[in-house]
Design a protein around this ligand. Structure first.
Ligand code: 4NP
Length: 162
């Protein structure tokens, strides 16, 4: 990306009320902690439209809050075609999300797509499981995976923006 342009990161899941807003809030915390708030922009979206305009799931808000991340101001939106052009990193939570992105993404931007957990290879897990139909424990596991990968993503971006 050109010098001086912020690095833009988009997290994508199905509904944009559980996993991707969690990644959005966690990554914003870590970006601020790393002193990169002026050079990194963050957003999240869903491939589906069921929850457009909604706040994150109350269970995601509660679990994130326990760890110091505030998700309350986030509102769900659906993926749009311009996202592939506008975001340098378009990171899916699971392989279904990634398949959808790959089907929609114009070829010149295909290298921008990936899985969030690509940034935490030490976990040995590729996908953030959908916690929507489960209990609170699922949300805690989602936070564990997302915090580890967002840490790795901050390190990767630091190498680029320095
Ligand atoms: P998310 O979880 O993709 O992590 O936001 C879901 C939220 C809602 C639904 C599915 C997954 N839903 O079917 O409404």
């Amino acid at each position: 990306m050109p010098d001086g342009e912020p690095t833009r990161v988009l997290f994508v899941c199905l509904g944009n009320i559980c996993r991707s807003p969690t990644a959005h809030g966690v990554f914003m915390s870590f970006v601020a902690r790393a002193g990169l708030s002026d050079s990194v922009q963050v957003d999240s979206c869903g491939t589906g439209d069921w929850h457009v305009g909604s706040a994150p799931d109350a269970r995601a808000i509660a679990e994130a809050s326990k760890r110091g991340h505030d998700l309350r101001a986030l509102r769900a939106r659906q993926l749009q075609g311009s996202d592939f052009e506008n975001y340098h990193y378009v990171l899916a939570m699971d392989n279904n999300n990634l398949d959808e992105l790959q089907a929609l993404c114009p070829a010149p931007y295909a290298s921008r797509l990936g899985l969030l957990l690509d940034y935490a290879p030490e976990l040995g897990v590729k996908e953030v499981p959908d916690p929507y139909y489960g209990g609170a424990k699922g949300f805690s596991q989602v936070l564990d995976l997302i915090e580890t990968a967002c840490d790795g993503l901050v390190q990767a971006i630091k190498l680029r923006v320095r």
